[in-house]
Design a protein around this ligand. Structure first.
Ligand SMILES: Nc1ncnc2c1ncn2[C@@H]1O[C@H](COP(=O)(O)OP(=O)(O)OP(=O)(O)O)[C@@H](O)[C@H]1O
Length: 347
Protein backbone atom coordinates (compact mmCIF):
# COMPACT_ATOMS: atom_id res chain seq x y z
CA UNK A 1 0.00 0.00 0.00
CA UNK A 2 2.90 2.34 0.82
CA UNK A 3 6.17 1.98 -0.98
CA UNK A 4 9.23 4.16 -0.52
CA UNK A 5 12.02 3.52 -3.00
CA UNK A 6 15.48 4.88 -2.27
CA UNK A 7 14.05 7.98 -0.64
CA UNK A 8 16.59 10.57 0.51
CA UNK A 9 15.98 14.01 1.96
CA UNK A 10 18.49 16.81 2.42
CA UNK A 11 17.47 20.03 4.15
CA UNK A 12 19.30 23.14 2.93
CA UNK A 13 22.31 23.29 0.66
CA UNK A 14 26.06 23.81 0.87
CA UNK A 15 27.93 23.51 4.14
CA UNK A 16 24.72 23.85 6.18
CA UNK A 17 22.98 20.95 4.40
CA UNK A 18 21.48 18.30 6.68
CA UNK A 19 21.04 14.80 5.28
CA UNK A 20 17.88 13.77 7.17
CA UNK A 21 17.11 10.57 5.19
CA UNK A 22 19.41 8.34 3.15
CA UNK A 23 18.21 5.69 0.70
CA UNK A 24 15.12 4.58 2.56
CA UNK A 25 13.39 1.52 1.12
CA UNK A 26 10.15 0.71 2.92
CA UNK A 27 7.14 -1.42 2.03
CA UNK A 28 3.96 -1.31 4.08
CA UNK A 29 1.44 -3.94 2.90
CA UNK A 30 -2.29 -3.17 2.80
CA UNK A 31 -4.09 -3.54 6.12
CA UNK A 32 -0.98 -3.70 8.29
CA UNK A 33 0.26 -1.46 11.09
CA UNK A 34 3.90 -0.57 10.57
CA UNK A 35 5.92 1.27 13.19
CA UNK A 36 9.15 3.19 12.69
CA UNK A 37 11.10 3.75 15.87
CA UNK A 38 14.21 5.80 16.48
CA UNK A 39 15.93 8.25 18.77
CA UNK A 40 15.39 12.00 18.62
CA UNK A 41 16.79 13.47 15.40
CA UNK A 42 16.97 10.08 13.67
CA UNK A 43 14.68 11.23 10.84
CA UNK A 44 11.30 9.84 11.89
CA UNK A 45 9.21 12.97 11.28
CA UNK A 46 10.94 13.62 7.99
CA UNK A 47 10.22 10.04 6.92
CA UNK A 48 6.50 10.16 7.66
CA UNK A 49 6.12 13.64 6.15
CA UNK A 50 7.75 12.35 2.96
CA UNK A 51 4.96 9.77 2.57
CA UNK A 52 2.28 12.38 1.84
CA UNK A 53 4.86 14.83 0.47
CA UNK A 54 4.43 17.38 3.25
CA UNK A 55 8.19 17.18 2.73
CA UNK A 56 9.25 16.45 -0.81
CA UNK A 57 12.06 13.87 -0.95
CA UNK A 58 15.25 15.16 -2.57
CA UNK A 59 15.50 11.87 -4.48
CA UNK A 60 13.55 8.62 -4.62
CA UNK A 61 9.97 7.55 -5.29
CA UNK A 62 6.90 7.51 -3.05
CA UNK A 63 4.06 5.24 -4.15
CA UNK A 64 0.74 5.04 -2.29
CA UNK A 65 -1.96 2.63 -3.42
CA UNK A 66 -0.22 2.14 -6.76
CA UNK A 67 0.10 5.86 -7.60
CA UNK A 68 3.48 7.56 -7.62
CA UNK A 69 3.02 10.76 -5.60
CA UNK A 70 6.52 12.00 -6.46
CA UNK A 71 5.58 12.10 -10.16
CA UNK A 72 2.25 13.95 -9.79
CA UNK A 73 1.23 17.46 -10.71
CA UNK A 74 0.22 19.75 -7.84
CA UNK A 75 -3.51 19.30 -8.48
CA UNK A 76 -3.27 15.49 -8.78
CA UNK A 77 -1.26 15.48 -5.57
CA UNK A 78 -3.98 17.45 -3.77
CA UNK A 79 -6.47 14.75 -4.77
CA UNK A 80 -4.13 11.88 -3.91
CA UNK A 81 -3.52 13.32 -0.43
CA UNK A 82 -7.14 12.44 0.42
CA UNK A 83 -5.87 8.84 0.49
CA UNK A 84 -3.51 9.71 3.34
CA UNK A 85 -5.04 10.83 6.63
CA UNK A 86 -2.58 12.14 9.18
CA UNK A 87 -2.56 12.75 12.92
CA UNK A 88 0.04 14.64 14.93
CA UNK A 89 1.52 14.75 18.42
CA UNK A 90 -0.15 18.09 19.22
CA UNK A 91 -3.45 17.30 17.46
CA UNK A 92 -3.45 20.42 15.19
CA UNK A 93 -7.17 21.17 15.68
CA UNK A 94 -8.74 24.48 14.76
CA UNK A 95 -9.56 26.13 18.08
CA UNK A 96 -12.41 28.28 16.76
CA UNK A 97 -14.32 25.29 15.35
CA UNK A 98 -16.47 22.82 17.25
CA UNK A 99 -15.65 19.11 17.33
CA UNK A 100 -18.20 18.50 14.56
CA UNK A 101 -16.80 21.31 12.41
CA UNK A 102 -13.21 20.15 12.87
CA UNK A 103 -14.14 16.67 11.64
CA UNK A 104 -16.19 18.19 8.80
CA UNK A 105 -13.34 20.40 7.57
CA UNK A 106 -11.76 18.02 5.02
CA UNK A 107 -15.21 17.35 3.56
CA UNK A 108 -15.93 21.07 3.28
CA UNK A 109 -12.63 21.48 1.44
CA UNK A 110 -13.74 18.67 -0.90
CA UNK A 111 -16.97 20.67 -1.42
CA UNK A 112 -19.24 17.89 -0.18
CA UNK A 113 -22.90 18.78 0.48
CA UNK A 114 -24.09 19.55 4.01
CA UNK A 115 -26.09 16.36 3.96
CA UNK A 116 -23.11 14.20 2.93
CA UNK A 117 -20.99 15.91 5.56
CA UNK A 118 -23.51 15.10 8.28
CA UNK A 119 -23.86 11.50 7.05
CA UNK A 120 -20.11 11.03 7.17
CA UNK A 121 -19.24 12.94 10.32
CA UNK A 122 -21.83 11.47 12.69
CA UNK A 123 -20.65 7.82 12.36
CA UNK A 124 -17.06 8.97 12.84
CA UNK A 125 -18.02 10.80 16.03
CA UNK A 126 -19.81 7.65 17.13
CA UNK A 127 -16.79 5.47 16.35
CA UNK A 128 -14.42 7.74 18.25
CA UNK A 129 -16.79 8.14 21.22
CA UNK A 130 -17.36 11.87 20.68
CA UNK A 131 -21.05 12.11 19.80
CA UNK A 132 -21.93 13.97 23.00
CA UNK A 133 -18.97 16.35 22.55
CA UNK A 134 -19.86 17.44 19.03
CA UNK A 135 -20.83 21.00 19.99
CA UNK A 136 -17.79 21.58 22.19
CA UNK A 137 -14.57 23.41 21.28
CA UNK A 138 -11.05 21.91 21.50
CA UNK A 139 -10.23 23.96 24.62
CA UNK A 140 -13.01 22.11 26.45
CA UNK A 141 -11.52 18.66 25.69
CA UNK A 142 -8.85 16.47 27.28
CA UNK A 143 -5.74 15.49 25.30
CA UNK A 144 -7.18 12.06 24.54
CA UNK A 145 -10.46 13.57 23.31
CA UNK A 146 -8.55 16.03 21.11
CA UNK A 147 -6.63 13.16 19.53
CA UNK A 148 -9.95 11.36 18.94
CA UNK A 149 -11.21 14.43 17.09
CA UNK A 150 -8.01 14.46 15.04
CA UNK A 151 -8.47 10.75 14.23
CA UNK A 152 -12.10 11.30 13.18
CA UNK A 153 -11.01 14.25 11.02
CA UNK A 154 -8.23 12.19 9.43
CA UNK A 155 -10.78 9.49 8.54
CA UNK A 156 -13.36 11.90 7.09
CA UNK A 157 -12.01 11.74 3.54
CA UNK A 158 -12.09 7.91 3.75
CA UNK A 159 -8.34 7.48 3.34
CA UNK A 160 -6.64 4.16 2.67
CA UNK A 161 -3.65 5.10 4.78
CA UNK A 162 -3.34 6.73 8.19
CA UNK A 163 -0.03 8.39 9.06
CA UNK A 164 0.57 8.88 12.79
CA UNK A 165 3.33 11.30 13.80
CA UNK A 166 4.10 10.57 17.48
CA UNK A 167 0.33 10.46 18.04
CA UNK A 168 0.48 9.37 21.68
CA UNK A 169 3.65 11.16 22.82
CA UNK A 170 1.73 14.01 24.49
CA UNK A 171 -0.68 11.67 26.31
CA UNK A 172 -0.55 9.96 29.70
CA UNK A 173 -0.14 6.15 29.74
CA UNK A 174 -3.84 5.37 30.28
CA UNK A 175 -4.98 7.70 27.48
CA UNK A 176 -2.21 6.31 25.26
CA UNK A 177 -3.65 2.83 25.78
CA UNK A 178 -7.15 3.95 24.76
CA UNK A 179 -5.90 5.80 21.65
CA UNK A 180 -3.81 2.77 20.61
CA UNK A 181 -6.88 0.55 21.08
CA UNK A 182 -8.85 2.91 18.84
CA UNK A 183 -6.15 2.81 16.14
CA UNK A 184 -6.15 -0.99 16.31
CA UNK A 185 -9.95 -1.06 16.02
CA UNK A 186 -9.79 1.23 12.98
CA UNK A 187 -7.15 -1.00 11.41
CA UNK A 188 -9.22 -4.12 11.98
CA UNK A 189 -12.68 -2.74 11.15
CA UNK A 190 -11.84 -0.50 8.21
CA UNK A 191 -8.80 -2.42 6.96
CA UNK A 192 -6.87 0.84 7.07
CA UNK A 193 -3.11 0.67 6.57
CA UNK A 194 -1.31 2.54 9.36
CA UNK A 195 2.24 3.89 9.34
CA UNK A 196 3.28 5.36 12.66
CA UNK A 197 6.46 6.85 13.99
CA UNK A 198 7.31 6.75 17.65
CA UNK A 199 10.17 6.71 20.12
CA UNK A 200 8.19 4.41 22.43
CA UNK A 201 8.64 0.64 22.32
CA UNK A 202 5.33 0.28 24.16
CA UNK A 203 3.51 1.67 21.09
CA UNK A 204 5.29 -0.79 18.80
CA UNK A 205 4.61 -3.67 21.16
CA UNK A 206 0.93 -2.83 21.57
CA UNK A 207 -0.29 -2.49 18.01
CA UNK A 208 2.36 -2.85 15.29
CA UNK A 209 2.75 -5.89 13.05
CA UNK A 210 6.15 -4.83 11.72
CA UNK A 211 8.73 -2.36 12.88
CA UNK A 212 11.61 -0.49 11.29
CA UNK A 213 14.45 1.06 13.25
CA UNK A 214 15.82 4.35 11.95
CA UNK A 215 19.18 5.83 12.91
CA UNK A 216 21.06 8.71 11.31
CA UNK A 217 18.47 8.84 8.51
CA UNK A 218 18.94 5.19 7.58
CA UNK A 219 16.59 2.27 8.13
CA UNK A 220 19.03 0.00 9.95
CA UNK A 221 16.71 -2.87 10.82
CA UNK A 222 13.25 -4.15 9.92
CA UNK A 223 11.39 -7.13 11.35
CA UNK A 224 8.09 -8.58 12.47
CA UNK A 225 7.36 -7.23 15.93
CA UNK A 226 7.56 -10.67 17.59
CA UNK A 227 11.01 -11.24 16.06
CA UNK A 228 12.23 -7.74 16.92
CA UNK A 229 11.31 -8.21 20.57
CA UNK A 230 12.82 -11.69 20.66
CA UNK A 231 16.10 -11.03 18.89
CA UNK A 232 16.83 -7.53 17.57
CA UNK A 233 19.44 -7.63 14.83
CA UNK A 234 21.39 -4.49 15.74
CA UNK A 235 23.07 -3.04 18.82
CA UNK A 236 20.65 -0.10 18.73
CA UNK A 237 17.71 -2.53 18.59
CA UNK A 238 19.08 -4.34 21.64
CA UNK A 239 19.47 -1.03 23.48
CA UNK A 240 15.84 -0.11 22.74
CA UNK A 241 14.73 -3.54 23.91
CA UNK A 242 16.80 -3.55 27.10
CA UNK A 243 15.62 -0.07 27.89
CA UNK A 244 12.03 -1.17 27.42
CA UNK A 245 12.33 -4.41 29.37
CA UNK A 246 14.63 -2.90 31.96
CA UNK A 247 16.26 -6.32 32.13
CA UNK A 248 19.94 -5.76 32.78
CA UNK A 249 22.35 -7.83 34.82
CA UNK A 250 22.92 -6.29 38.27
CA UNK A 251 25.65 -3.62 38.12
CA UNK A 252 27.94 -5.35 40.64
CA UNK A 253 27.83 -8.44 38.42
CA UNK A 254 28.46 -6.48 35.21
CA UNK A 255 31.61 -5.05 36.81
CA UNK A 256 32.88 -8.59 37.39
CA UNK A 257 32.11 -9.87 33.87
CA UNK A 258 35.02 -11.04 31.69
CA UNK A 259 34.58 -11.47 27.95
CA UNK A 260 36.68 -14.66 27.97
CA UNK A 261 35.78 -17.91 29.69
CA UNK A 262 38.31 -19.47 32.06
CA UNK A 263 38.81 -22.60 34.10
CA UNK A 264 37.41 -21.04 37.22
CA UNK A 265 34.64 -18.97 35.72
CA UNK A 266 31.11 -19.63 34.57
CA UNK A 267 28.89 -17.94 32.02
CA UNK A 268 26.18 -15.35 32.62
CA UNK A 269 23.52 -15.58 29.93
CA UNK A 270 20.49 -13.65 28.79
CA UNK A 271 17.83 -16.09 27.57
CA UNK A 272 14.89 -14.97 25.48
CA UNK A 273 12.19 -17.62 25.22
CA UNK A 274 9.38 -17.58 22.73
CA UNK A 275 7.13 -20.13 21.06
CA UNK A 276 7.39 -23.69 22.40
CA UNK A 277 10.48 -22.98 24.46
CA UNK A 278 8.37 -20.96 26.93
CA UNK A 279 6.81 -24.13 28.25
CA UNK A 280 9.92 -26.36 28.13
CA UNK A 281 11.29 -27.21 31.61
CA UNK A 282 14.80 -26.17 30.61
CA UNK A 283 16.27 -25.41 33.97
CA UNK A 284 15.57 -28.82 35.44
CA UNK A 285 16.96 -30.36 32.24
CA UNK A 286 20.23 -28.48 32.59
CA UNK A 287 20.52 -29.72 36.17
CA UNK A 288 19.55 -33.30 35.33
CA UNK A 289 21.44 -33.80 32.04
CA UNK A 290 24.51 -31.63 32.59
CA UNK A 291 24.78 -31.23 36.36
CA UNK A 292 24.60 -27.44 35.89
CA UNK A 293 22.90 -25.28 38.50
CA UNK A 294 21.06 -22.24 37.19
CA UNK A 295 21.04 -19.17 39.36
CA UNK A 296 18.32 -16.80 38.14
CA UNK A 297 19.31 -13.14 38.55
CA UNK A 298 16.32 -11.54 36.81
CA UNK A 299 13.28 -12.84 34.95
CA UNK A 300 10.23 -11.43 33.22
CA UNK A 301 7.36 -12.58 31.02
CA UNK A 302 5.78 -10.34 28.35
CA UNK A 303 2.96 -10.93 25.91
CA UNK A 304 3.72 -9.43 22.50
CA UNK A 305 1.26 -9.69 19.61
CA UNK A 306 -0.23 -12.83 21.14
CA UNK A 307 3.20 -14.41 21.58
CA UNK A 308 4.60 -15.08 25.01
CA UNK A 309 8.09 -13.84 25.52
CA UNK A 310 10.12 -14.92 28.53
CA UNK A 311 13.36 -13.23 29.51
CA UNK A 312 15.90 -14.32 32.03
CA UNK A 313 19.38 -13.40 33.12
CA UNK A 314 21.06 -16.35 34.77
CA UNK A 315 24.42 -17.72 35.87
CA UNK A 316 25.17 -21.27 34.72
CA UNK A 317 27.15 -22.85 37.52
CA UNK A 318 29.24 -25.92 36.74
CA UNK A 319 32.58 -26.98 35.28
CA UNK A 320 33.73 -25.54 31.94
CA UNK A 321 32.70 -28.72 30.13
CA UNK A 322 29.35 -28.90 31.87
CA UNK A 323 28.44 -25.27 31.13
CA UNK A 324 29.63 -25.60 27.50
CA UNK A 325 27.32 -28.59 27.03
CA UNK A 326 24.49 -26.77 28.82
CA UNK A 327 24.91 -23.80 26.44
CA UNK A 328 24.79 -26.16 23.44
CA UNK A 329 21.54 -27.65 24.79
CA UNK A 330 20.05 -24.20 25.30
CA UNK A 331 21.01 -23.16 21.77
CA UNK A 332 19.34 -26.27 20.33
CA UNK A 333 15.97 -24.96 21.55
CA UNK A 334 13.80 -22.26 20.03
CA UNK A 335 15.28 -19.55 22.19
CA UNK A 336 17.82 -16.78 21.88
CA UNK A 337 20.94 -17.22 24.00
CA UNK A 338 23.32 -14.33 24.56
CA UNK A 339 26.41 -14.89 26.68
CA UNK A 340 26.90 -11.60 28.52
CA UNK A 341 30.29 -12.66 29.89
CA UNK A 342 31.91 -14.86 32.50
CA UNK A 343 32.30 -14.42 36.24
CA UNK A 344 34.98 -15.90 38.45
CA UNK A 345 33.70 -18.56 40.79
CA UNK A 346 33.57 -17.39 44.35
CA UNK A 347 32.97 -20.83 45.94
N1 LIG B 1 13.14 21.95 8.28
C1 LIG B 1 14.37 21.51 8.59
N2 LIG B 1 15.47 22.19 8.23
C2 LIG B 1 16.70 21.73 8.52
N3 LIG B 1 16.96 20.61 9.18
C3 LIG B 1 15.90 19.88 9.59
C4 LIG B 1 14.55 20.29 9.34
N4 LIG B 1 13.71 19.37 9.86
C5 LIG B 1 14.49 18.42 10.43
N5 LIG B 1 15.81 18.74 10.26
C6 LIG B 1 16.95 17.91 10.71
O1 LIG B 1 16.82 16.62 10.13
C7 LIG B 1 17.20 15.60 11.05
C8 LIG B 1 16.03 14.65 11.26
O2 LIG B 1 14.97 15.38 11.91
P1 LIG B 1 13.55 14.74 12.23
O3 LIG B 1 12.70 15.82 12.83
O4 LIG B 1 13.05 14.04 11.02
O5 LIG B 1 13.95 13.65 13.32
P2 LIG B 1 13.02 12.89 14.39
O6 LIG B 1 13.54 11.50 14.46
O7 LIG B 1 11.60 13.07 14.03
O8 LIG B 1 13.34 13.67 15.73
P3 LIG B 1 12.38 14.01 16.97
O9 LIG B 1 11.96 12.67 17.55
O10 LIG B 1 13.26 14.78 17.90
O11 LIG B 1 11.23 14.80 16.42
C9 LIG B 1 17.65 16.33 12.31
O12 LIG B 1 19.04 16.47 12.25
C10 LIG B 1 16.97 17.66 12.22
O13 LIG B 1 17.70 18.66 12.89
Amino acid sequence: MISLERVSKTYGTGPRAVQALSDIDLQVPKGTIHGVIGLSGAGKSTLIRCVNLLERPTTGRVIVDGAELTAMSASDLRQARHQCGMIFQHFNLLTNRTVFDNVALPLELMRESRRTIRERVMPLLEMTGLTDKRHQYPAQLSGGQKQRVAIARALASRPKVLLCDEATSALDPQTTTSILALLQEINQQLGLTILLITHEMEVVKSICHRVGLISGGRLVEEADVGDFFTAPGTQLGREFLNDFLKLEAPRELVERLDAESGQNSHPVVRLTFSGDSVSTPLISRLAREHGVDVSILQAKVESIQGRTLGLMIAELIGSETQTRQALATLKSFDLHVEVLGHVQRTD
